[in-house]
Design a protein around this ligand. Structure first.
Ligand code: GLY
Length: 374
């Protein structure tokens, strides 16, 4: 079945949600007027920046990406101008350098990378290639891409599956296979050491940086070692799907399906994901963002397999987000509420710009837009 055939089954939901999105986007934009930072979350009805790392905050590519989504949906040039303004702000991050880490994929592939692919901007092309080279520079030939800085030489995290797309793009664009080979080496390691037998995932794996021996699997943003942080699970679903899309490697597709099946099984009784699928039963902490990332990933899995069950699962998540967490009023510039930064952190029940991006991205897919930000 083609994706276009599949998406007809939820045309009513799509039309309604897209029309609400078109009403909400100008509120997001208007509340960003004259800001000297890139929006991350909302306090008292106003955008606020990321909690640390300044311009290097890892989510700073999502605001321009969200604005590009607005432009694609409406053709309104104000979204394009704001996306380009935010992309230019990110240049300062290159010179900050010390605070950049593997999330240069999140920062530049969907901002300058999307801009280059849509407008052909030469400056955007150069920014995206510079970011790809930074990410490639974090590769440890033992077999993984190093996630963070300071003394964490052997740390890799599941989120990196989404950053790999910057490397796939760089090889596709330049014809130089180095970037793709690095990405595939990391994806192979992630398949072996992050994904467990039951389809759940570690957030963090600490490797011996000389030998790739696994030293530790800390809880990271999840509840405890051995638990199942729902957004990490969503990164795996979408990330392995995209690794399959960029490489045709069937092993990645098999892992995408395995991690997707685990996610779907965990939300079968309640479609709003818990922050960690193994948090204590009495604990109600949720992460709407995990639902949005997984939904967009599941739609992509449906598109590349032709299997409608994945689309149905993605749409179920989107309906739950819409009905139970979306704020379509003008009281807040953000859409999704009930997002969580980390189980043991302070950012609980907040809005997050990347939740809104993935929610909008999924709606654009259902609306028939075939542009892939990744
Ligand atoms: N570390 C990326 C995330 O919070 O999902």
């Amino acid at each position: 079945m083609t994706f276009d055939e599949m998406r007809q089954s939820c045309a009513g939901f799509t039309a309604q949600a897209v029309s609400r999105l078109i009403t909400k986007l100008p509120i997001a934009l208007q509340k960003a007027e004259n800001l000297d930072f890139i929006p991350y979350t909302v306090k008292y009805g106003k955008w606020v920046p990321g909690p640390f790392d300044g311009i290097c905050w890892w989510t700073n590519g999502f605001w321009p990406a969200y604005m590009w989504a607005g432009w694609r949906l409406t053709g309104d040039e104000r979204y394009k101008r704001e996306a380009e303004r935010a992309e230019a702000c990110l240049d300062e991050a290159f010179s900050e350098f010390d605070h950049l880490h593997h999330d240069v994929g999140f920062m530049w592939l969907i901002s300058s990378g999307a801009s280059f692919r849509m407008t052909g901007s030469d400056l955007s092309r150069k920014r995206t290639l510079a970011a790809a080279n930074l990410l490639a520079g974090r590769f440890n030939p033992a077999g993984f891409i190093r996630a963070w800085n300071e003394d964490r030489t052997g740390w890799a995290i599941i989120d990196c599956m989404m950053n790999l797309n910057l490397l796939y793009w760089a090889s596709e664009y330049t014809g130089d296979p180095r970037f793709r080979k690095i990405a595939m080496t990391h994806a192979d390691t992630a398949m072996r050491h992050f994904v467990r037998e039951d389809g759940s995932c570690n957030h963090i794996v600490v490797f011996d940086p000389e030998t790739l021996k696994v030293l530790d699997t800390p809880a990271g943003q999840g509840y405890a070692p051995g638990s199942a942080w729902s957004r990490g699970q969503a990164w795996a679903v979408y990330g392995f799907t995209l690794s399959y899309l960029h490489t045709d490697n069937e092993a990645y597709l098999a892992v995408a399906k395995k991690t997707a099946s685990y996610f779907i099984d965990q939300v079968k009784e309640d479609l709003l994901p818990k922050c960690d699928f193994r948090q204590p039963a009495e604990d109600e902490l949720r992460d709407a963002c995990a639902g949005a990332v997984a939904a967009s990933g599941l739609l992509e899995l449906a598109r590349c397999t032709g299997e409608k069950e994945w689309l149905d699962a993605g749409v179920n998540l989107l309906r739950a987000l819409d009905e139970r967490t979306a704020d379509w009023t003008d009281a807040s510039p953000a859409i999704l509420t009930q997002c969580t930064g980390a189980y043991h952190g302070n950012d609980h029940n907040i809005a997050m710009i990347y939740a809104d991006f993935f929610f909008a991205e999924a709606l654009l897919k259902l609306n028939g837009d075939s542009f892939l930000f990744w």
